[in-house]
Each structure stands twice: as structure tokens, then as C-alpha cells.
Design a protein around this ligand. Sequence first.
Ligand code: URA
Length: 233
Amino acid sequence: MERLQKYIAACGVCSRRKAEEYIAQGKVSVNGEIITEMGFKVGEDDVVRYMGKVILPEEKKVYLVINKPKGCVTSVSDDRGRKTVMDYIKGIDERVYPVGRLDYNTSGLLILTNDGETANRLTHPKHNINKVYVALVQRIPEPAEVFFFENGIFLDGRKTAPAKLEVISEEPPSLKITIHEGRNRQVRRMLEEIDNKAVSLKRISIGEIELGRLKKGKFREMTESEIDYIKNC
Ligand code: URA
């Protein structure tokens, strides 16, 4: 049970002080009855209305980072009955959902949140956030292929934005690839365009958010500074 003015503020209607004014003005009802008494307490089952409209507490915003294993989809459910990334999210009451996508066979960093506004901003093409991948490939590309890859490749008739390709190791041949967009199977298709293939693909960062040492299938809450970053990038 909590005080009515606190409940109204938790619904995002106004401040507690303002809520007291609204209560005194008879603008608030509980279970159909106008309440003007200040100490009135409400619980989960009470229906509170402000100016006739039902108000509900705002959901707490949650920001998670998961190390997605390969062999699962990044949707909330799958009509083919495949494992989804949500199967790994336990003990979180809020209804979070994945931001953007990773292929079934791609592993690594994925953000989940219930903050729709931030999710939309992060996935909007104009935001130009670096996404970094590590790819185990068939062979180390030739310099001309690296040039071609970095300067833009036509996928679906549209050139990719400038990318970066760095060799991490010659044997096994592995590359660090930085792209700025999130087009469908983008890294895999860009590699195919230079006659190569991602044998495995893992995302290690999105802007300043890094996968770090998070184990496969494990998730963590973002730190305050990470939340600050994704809300303002
Ligand atoms: N590029 C791909 O090809 N696949 C992913 O999952 C992400 C980026």
C-alpha cells in the first residue's frame, strides 16, 4: 500500500506535490470514488483514475547485455520452435526485448531493454554507431579485397557505408570487422562479396558497450555509465 500522491507520481502524471493539489481539487478517484483525503492509501488492486482516465505505474526501465550463444534466434518467440535469446533471460520481471538482431549462428553482444525510445534510436540508421565483430574466415583477404570491403560493397543495390577490416591472426585466419549499419546478414554477405566466408561470427561491441568477459548465454545489467551512453548516443 502506498500514499495516493506517491502512486500518482509513480504513474508519471506529475510530481508528488502537484498530485496533492489534484487530489484536493477532486480530480482523482479510487475505485470510482473521488478521494480528497491526503493520507489515503492504495494497493495493487485499486483502480486509480486521474481526470477520469485509469493511470498505472510506469514500468522500471531495464537495460541488459547478453552474450548470445549461436543456435538461437533474437526474437521473443519463434514459430519454428527454435530456442530464442529470451530463454536465457531469467529473474527479470520487466518485459525486455532484443534491440536489433544477430543471426541464428552469430554469437556475442546483444542489448535487451524495455525502453522503446532508446531501442529505436540505437537501431536507426542515422545513428551510425560502430558495431565490431570478430570473424573466423576461410582465408586472409588480399589487400585489394580489403580496399573493396572497406570502401563499400553493393548489397541489394545499395552501397554499404565505409567499414574497417583488420587482421587479428593469420592462423587461424581471423578478422576484426567494424561496420556502422545493421543490414540483414551484413558482415557475412560482405565477406561473400570478396569470395570469403565467415566460419564463425561474434559481435564484441556496439559503440562503447563491450561484451568483455561475459560468458556465453549469460547476461548482466548495464552500468550507470553504459545506460547514460546509450540514452545519449
Ligand atoms: N552481420 C551478419 O552477417 N550477421 C549478424 O548476425 C550480424 C552482422
